[in-house]
Ligand binder design. Structure first.
Ligand SMILES: [Zn+2]
Length: 206
């Protein structure tokens, strides 16, 4: 499809990799706020495998993403900042209160097939697809591990959010090797950095 983003990558000053996504006209995001949604929380632990609990990992990556984006001068809102349960509709409601926002939900994955691994970004709209592809591309450059192709998903939190919304599955904690990576703070920082790079790469010049 001609609407698919074209990607390129350049090496910036000091050897830092800058991730670029060249989005077609109309698919760049002129957002002012990033709503960061740490999945699950409180009474809802999400999946738990190999000594890891999804809700804790989601909050950790969300906090790291929040710090990176704030450091870049981007306004952020977190749907939860501690181990509390927030209804899915309330999470979407938080996003819907902010004009010019994008919504990024952070999750980890699990499968009965323990050989499945990798990160992926899901979407539910055309603009969501463009943002998801940017984030996947930039995560692929920042993160060790397999990149999977996210797809269209009718998740409630994406359906009820009016803003451009994506859901990042950071990796399968049911996979022993990936769980070991996810237990490492350096890996979680790389996940957050990859997501941040994708968000910033998708941001249009305002
Ligand atoms: Zn989840």
């Amino acid at each position: 499809m001609s609407a698919a983003p074209r990607h390129t990558c350049v090496h910036g000053i000091l050897g830092a990799v800058i991730c670029l996504c060249l989005l077609p006209a109309g698919l760049a995001h002129a957002f002012s706020t990033v709503v960061i949604d740490a999945g699950h929380g409180g009474k809802d632990p999400g999946c738990h495998w190999n000594g890891l609990v999804e809700k804790d990992l989601c909050l950790d990556v969300a906090r790291r993403l929040n710090s990176i984006l704030q450091g870049k001068g981007v306004k952020t809102v977190m749907t939860r900042t501690d181990d509390t349960y927030v209804e899915l509709s309330d999470r979407a409601g938080i996003a819907n209160r902010h004009e010019d926002a994008i919504f990024v939900s952070i999750h980890f994955n699990a499968s009965r097939d323990h050989s499945v691994s990798g990160f992926e970004v899901h979407h539910r709209s055309k603009k969501g697809l463009a943002l998801a592809q940017c984030i996947e591309k930039c995560m692929g450059e920042a993160v060790k591990g397999r990149k999977r192709d996210g797809d269209w998903q009718d998740y409630k939190v994406l359906r009820e959010t009016q803003a451009t919304a994506v859901l990042v599955e950071c990796g399968f904690i049911s996979h022993k090797g990936e769980a070991a990576r996810c237990a490492d703070p350096d890996h979680r920082q790389a996940l957050a950095q990859g997501i941040a790079n994708g968000i910033l790469a998708a941001k249009s010049k305002q």
